[in-house]
Write a protein that binds this ligand. Structure first.
Ligand code: ATP
Ligand code: MG
Length: 393
């Protein structure tokens, strides 16, 4: 019975003169999200609202599911849309709607009309009163409650007339594409996919870099990361994923540097290489899944040491999250089950028994000098042998 969805958005409504840019991005992202959904849709703006109109048959659940992944949407309201055929017809349609949606008539309601088309013969106060009256006539068990109604029935008069009373929550945030792009360091763990989701939620599109160490890490570990990228791309849109062979760099570090510094030094080279691809892709920052104190390589000192090699801003959206909070988001967005698959990560293979927790940058740099003869070539090789794939849900 729903021929349309009225899309509610919050923050993007307050951007002044830029408002239309945000609305256009929202429309674009909605069209993209619906591209594989069964049905044909017309997504358009109309007087400060975004509508998804359905053309013919469509799959309701799939549509809601797709829309609930579009950042920028705060609410999805399945709406009835009718042509203006006079008040009597409207009242009949509204009564039929109430009858169908609320089989149990024992409820309180309030009509909230909005006359966006000013040449409509009744104003919103009259519409509220008259439509409320017709509903009460039809269903004597229903009662009006203007303060705390069970059902708020919105009626909006534009070129066409739409009414709705249900709102399914959207993910919030801002439409992807309104805030540039960032390079996510994506591993197979729980944290980095969540970090990518969080940054993307603010309107940032995502590219990703993954470091693996074949044959020490398997093809399945790599596939896991591709799967994670695919899972977050439901929200972020297509992801360009760079898969970097890190084995030789890691072996060189293992061979030449103090073992308790392995992870930090490795991280520093990961950041450098990720930054290379970030620049190449026109990204404005790096994103990691780090959180203060989670492991030895994420103490304040360790983060400072990793950060030191970057010239771009590094965004760490999980910085103040506890693990449990991160897990909750990963369950919500659907990456958790993939993240906990037990495949080896390149960092866990060459891990030291007693990693430094308070690395001193000067000491780390001194250790890195031992790599001087080989590291430039190894970095160049890692960059040149990159495998880049486009990941899309
Ligand atoms: P995650 O769950 O994201 O793997 P983690 O708790 O395992 O995080 P670390 O292994 O210390 O933490 O990694 C910290 C961050 O460094 C990750 O969140 C990710 O952004 C980046 N990172 C770690 N390993 C890799 C990798 N193999 N490829 C790309 N990025 C990585
Ligand atoms: Mg990890």
């Amino acid at each position: 019975m729903y021929k349309a969805f009225l899309i509610k958005y919050a923050e993007i409504g307050i951007k002044g003169k830029n408002r239309f840019l945000f609305e256009d991005a929202l429309v674009r992202q909605i069209r993209y999200a619906l591209r594989n959904v069964d049905g044909e849709f017309n997504v358009h703006k109309q007087q400060g609202r975004v509508f998804v109109e359905t053309l013919g048959d469509y799959d309701y659940d799939e549509t809601i599911e797709a829309l609930s992944h579009v950042f920028g949407i705060t609410g999805i309201c399945p709406a009835v849309m009718v042509e203006d055929q006079g008040f009597d017809q409207l009242a009949k349609d509204v009564v039929a709607y109430m009858n169908k949606i609320y089989p149990d008539k024992n409820l309180t309601f309030k009509v909230k009309a909005r006359r966006a088309r000013k040449n409509y013969p009744m104003d919103s106060m009259e519409l509220n009163a008259e439509l409320g009256g017709r509903i009460l006539d039809a269903f004597p068990e229903m009662k009006v409650d203007v303060h705390n109604p069970d059902v708020m029935l919105y009626v909006e008069i534009r070129e066409q007339i739409s009414f709705y009373s249900e709102e399914i929550p959207g993910p919030g945030g801002m439409p992807v594409g309104t805030n540039g792009s960032a390079m996510l360091l994506l591993s197979g763990g729980i944290d980095s996919p969540v970090a990518g989701y969080m940054v993307s939620k603010r309107g940032v599109s995502i590219d990703a870099t993954y470091f693996h160490a074949p044959p020490y890490t398997s093809e399945r570990a790599k596939q896991k990361v591709v799967d994670l990228a695919k899972e977050i791309s439901v929200y972020t849109g297509p992801i360009r994923l760079h898969i970097v062979n890190f084995t030789d760099i890691q072996l060189a570090i293992y061979e030449k540097c103090p073992h308790e510094e392995l992870t930090i030094i490795m991280r520093r080279y990961m950041m450098k290489i990720a930054e290379h691809f970030a620049k190449q892709d026109g990204c404005l920052g790096l994103v990691t899944g780090e959180s203060i104190g989670q492991v030895a390589s994420q103490t304040m000192q360790s983060l400072a040491a990793t950060n030191e090699v970057c010239t771009m801003p590094v965004y760490r959206p999980l910085i103040g999250f506890d693990k449990q909070e991160i897990v909750e988001v990963s369950e919500k967005i659907g990456t958790y089950e993939t993240s906990i698959l037990p495949y080896e990560d390149c960092c866990t293979i060459f891990v030291a028994k007693h990693p430094v927790t308070k690395p001193n940058i000067k000491v780390i740099k001194k250790s890195e000098e031992k790599l001087a003869e080989v590291i430039d070539d190894l970095m160049k090789e890692a960059i040149e042998s990159v495998e880049t794939i486009q990941v899309e849900a």
